[in-house]
Design a protein around this ligand. Structure first.
Ligand SMILES: [Zn+2]
Length: 183
């Protein structure tokens, strides 16, 4: 079984009024929507992994406030709102599986769904996508990344991210078209 993981497509990153709004992330919304529709067609479960921070989280010290829980900023952007058979995993660090005492329920959920391979879309290529891919790699999952459905704050960051995804997490990099036609 495969699962599509939609990482951090939240108001604070994708919406023009978001705290860390990025044009590139905003442009990604349409493509991620396509990936979600394809997954639905193929009966691949869809799991949203979403930043949901406490104000005193370690990450907040480095980056400043973003996706604080119970705020508009931490909500999934309107265009991609989950439906009832989707799953939502809330996280407080880059790695969607969690770190130390910030463990999430992602691993248990994947096991329950008998998932062996995760397919990643969303952002950022060189941050939460990369760290989640490494988290999956260490837990024995196969990792696939749809390259036109992930992005970062710049083209350079995005490309570096793709490089390390292959280099560190053994990720298979495919296109949206490949995902649709022969996956
Ligand atoms: Zn964060």
């Amino acid at each position: 079984m495969k699962a599509l993981l939609v990482i951090d497509m939240l108001n604070d990153f994708c919406h023009k009024n978001g705290k860390f709004y990025s044009k590139r992330m905003n442009k990604l919304v349409k493509k991620v929507k396509n990936a979600i529709e394809i997954a639905k067609k193929k009966n691949i479960p869809i799991i949203y992994c979403c930043d949901n921070h406490e104000k005193n989280d370690i990450e907040i010290k480095k980056w400043g406030e973003h996706a604080i829980k119970n705020t508009w900023g931490c909500e999934i952007i309107n265009e991609l709102k989950p439906v009832s058979n989707n799953f939502v995993v809330r996280k407080r660090c880059y790695n969607s599986f969690g770190e130390g005492n910030l463990k999430t329920n992602l691993d248990n959920l994947l096991k329950k769904l008998k998932v062996k391979e995760i397919i990643l879309v969303g952002g950022l290529t060189d941050c939460c996508i990369l760290l989640t891919a490494c988290g999956a790699f260490y837990r024995g999952y196969d990792v696939t990344v749809i390259k036109d459905c992930v992005d970062s704050i710049s083209k350079k960051n995005h490309e570096k991210g793709l490089y390390y995804l292959r280099f560190l997490s053994n990720a298979k990099i495919i296109s949206l078209r490949q995902f649709d036609k022969n996956y």
